[in-house]
Design a protein around this ligand. Structure first.
Ligand SMILES: [Zn+2]
Length: 296
């Protein structure tokens, strides 16, 4: 990135990335230190503080630990752990140098506007806004760096802090401005909603009711799916054909009506399909000599 020609928002977006990277490096360095201590065979010991609280500490200082790590007789594990720590430290310095260059460019241009958002709260011109507290957490909106008040207010809509942006309208528009963390949250919420809608649609596609929308009652409770309704109807006829059970014609008619409604077919069309399936099933049970059933 050519700092002299890049836009404020390009520069600040890079700066935000560098800050995130730096925070991660701090974490990675801690874990590299643990690895190095382990390679050196250092163990933490439990010590009691004067206030009675216990703490786990290394009795060998990190300074001595580094000396040990570069000693000629250091093990391969130790050397590798130390190299990893060293590489991370180098990244910290490179990161810091780039951030310094950005700071210099910011000052050279006499600064530019920046905006911050409190998570799920207002958008502010500075983290020192008098409506906030020292403990308030902020997310940086580097995408609007360099924009004027009107431009930021147009995007922030109802989220614009009226103390920071006195021109914010009384009846603002919905917000269109989100921090990186909020964007990620919103994307995952959208994904969850889409999956839920998809599941609901799949369920609805399989669902069946009476034509009037009331629950379709089967012999053993409510029949929820088209598939179950068809199996019930087929069995009702099959059991008559194969085992000479009495047919519950009213029940069968209810199933036919529900299936016809669901499939957008006539009762006759549905009956023909179910009849054929029941006859085929009965032939399997009893042999091919079975007579077919016809709706009386
Ligand atoms: Zn404010």
């Amino acid at each position: 990135m050519d700092l002299t020609t890049a836009t404020p928002s390009e520069i600040d977006t890079r700066l935000a990335e560098l800050e995130r990277q730096d925070a991660k490096l701090t974490y990675d360095i801690q874990s590299a230190w643990s690895d190095l201590r382990a390679a050196l065979g250092h163990r933490q010991v439990r010590v009691l503080n004067r206030d009675g609280r216990a703490e786990y500490v290394y009795l060998i200082s990190s300074h001595d630990a580094e000396h040990e790590a570069v000693a000629p007789d250091a093990s391969t594990n130790t050397r590798e752990a130390y190299q990893a720590l060293h590489a991370l430290r180098k990244q910290v310095l490179v990161n810091r140098a780039e951030r310094t260059k950005i700071k210099v460019e910011f000052n050279r241009r006499g600064g530019w506007t920046r905006a911050w958002a409190v998570p799920n709260g207002h958008v502010h011109q500075s983290t020192a806004c008098s409506t906030c507290f020292p403990t308030t957490r902020f997310g940086w909106l580097s995408q609007v760096s360099g924009m004027n008040e009107a431009e930021i207010v147009a995007q922030a809509g109802e989220r614009a802090c009226t103390r920071c942006y006195p021109s914010a309208p009384v009846n603002p528009k919905p917000c269109q401005l989100w921090t990186i963390e909020e964007q990620a949250e919103r994307a995952s919420a959208q994904q969850v909603a889409a999956v839920k809608a998809e599941k609901a649609a799949a369920k609805a596609a399989k669902a069946i009711t009476n034509p009037d929308g009331s629950p379709l009652r089967g012999k053993w409770g409510v029949i929820a799916t088209e598939r179950t309704a068809e199996i019930e109807a087929v069995n009702e006829i099959h059991n008559f054909l194969a085992f000479d059970y009495e047919i519950n014609q009213a029940y069968l008619d209810t199933l036919f009506a529900a299936l016809a409604h669901k499939r957008g077919q006539t009762v006759e069309e549905v009956t023909a399909v179910i009849q054929a399936k029941a006859t085929k099933k009965a032939a399997k049970t009893m042999g091919p000599s079975i007579e077919s059933w016809n709706r009386p």
